[in-house]
Design a protein around this ligand. Structure first.
Ligand code: ADP
Ligand code: MG
Length: 340
């Protein structure tokens, strides 16, 4: 075959292969956009585990009418415009890939009312009519995604049951909700409310959300911590060793409000718990690391679950020492509590 440029739609579908694995990935991307838009309230409505329909509505800044079609084009973003911006990026998104990728593997409608606009507009992706239609919408944005993978049978085949897909979505919502206590979330599935989280502005309210997401026993048996040194700040909740888990299923770690999976961090936490946990048991924690954006590269993977630290050793040791010391301090009281 001769060399030929790929058509745009196919390029988007290839990119979608990386970012859109299942309904939960769509939810994650749309939630991140709502957060980046400065929303204080996000409503998520699903049908059939998100396979049939995902609708996410926010009250963020909205998108101007003449930028709606740009929002759906590849590599178009309002979040960065230079390498310097990328190096200090604080928004969750910046690649300008999510909407066009999703729109290439599902039916998508984007409706929005920009904060300074008088009315809302709606645009159907890939439709014969490329101009926005007037739509009733309060300031903010609604994205509706129907029939995920309707045109990608190979991917559709890999979808699991409605129940399994829903549980992945719930986890994506929980994960994001733990990153922003100041935002309200409302999750509904087939018209039934599954999660209603009001915005929390103090510790008590935050711990209410924490209990809603991680369970009351976690909150009861965890310790709040806050520690700052050498430009790094770690805060959050770590479970006492008495609340260990048989699986590593209650571990949330955020770097500058972005949920990450990182081997270095996982290692630091595991090491800190090493002396106090039985073999095969896993610690539970919800932790937040705040660090200069320049010290962390978030552009390591399209889904941005992974990050690269510029001073990995420093960060590893900071986390290890902070947790190790805390757990050591907690130990004596645990010992006095048990009968001699
Ligand atoms: P990215 O988030 O990487 O910029 P996306 O494809 O997810 O790329 O979104 C493209 C652009 O569309 C964003 O940069 C933003 O300007 C706009 N946008 C998407 N979703 C929203 C939203 N919920 N509210 C406001 N603007 C949005
Ligand atoms: Mg995005």
């Amino acid at each position: 075959m001769p060399i030929r440029p790929l058509p745009d739609h196919l390029i988007n579908q290839i990119a979608a292969g990386e970012v859109v694995e299942r309904p939960a990935s769509v939810v994650k991307e749309l939630l991140e956009n709502a957060v980046d838009a400065g929303a204080s309230r996000i409503d998520i409505d699903l049908e059939q585990g998100g396979i049939k329909r995902i609708r996410i509505r926010d009250n963020g800044c909205g998108i101007p009418k003449d930028e709606l079609s740009l929002a759906l084009s590849r590599h178009a973003t309002s979040k960065i415009s230079s390498l310097e911006d990328l190096e200090q990026v604080r928004s969750l998104g910046f690649r300008g890939e999510a909407l066009p990728s999703i729109a290439s593997v599902a039916r998508l409608t984007l409706s929005s009312c920009y904060q300074e606009a008088e009315q809302g507009w709606s645009l159907v992706a890939n439709s014969a009519n490329p101009s926005p239609e007037p739509a009733a919408h309060a300031t903010g944005t609604t994205v509706e995604v129907y029939d995920l993978f309707f045109n990608v049978p190979a991917r559709r085949k890999f979808l699991k049951t409605e129940k399994t897909e829903l549980s992945h979505i719930e986890e994506a919502v929980r994960k994001l909700a733990l990153s922003r206590f100041d935002i309200s979330f409302h999750l509904r599935h087939n018209q039934k409310t599954l999660l209603q989280l009001n915005s929390a502005s103090n510790r008590v309210a935050s711990e209410r959300r924490l209990a809603e997401i991680c369970g009351e026993p976690f909150v009861q048996q965890s310790q709040y911590l806050e520690h700052e040194a050498s430009g790094l700040r770690l805060w959050g909740w770590v479970a006492l060793p008495t609340f260990s888990r048989s699986q590593a299923d209650l571990q949330y770690f955020y770097v500058n409000q972005r949920a990450v999976r990182d081997r270095l961090i996982a290692h630091a936490v595991r090491q800190a718990y090493q002396d106090v946990l039985y073999q095969g048991r896993h610690p539970a924690f919800v932790l937040y690391l705040e660090i200069e954006p320049q010290l962390v590269d978030v552009n390591a993977h399209p889904t941005k679950h992974e990050v690269r630290f510029r001073e990995g050793r420093l960060i590893h040791d900071f986390i290890f020492h902070t947790l190790h010391q805390l757990l050591a301090e907690l130990r004596p009281s645990a010992e006095t509590a048990s009968p001699a």
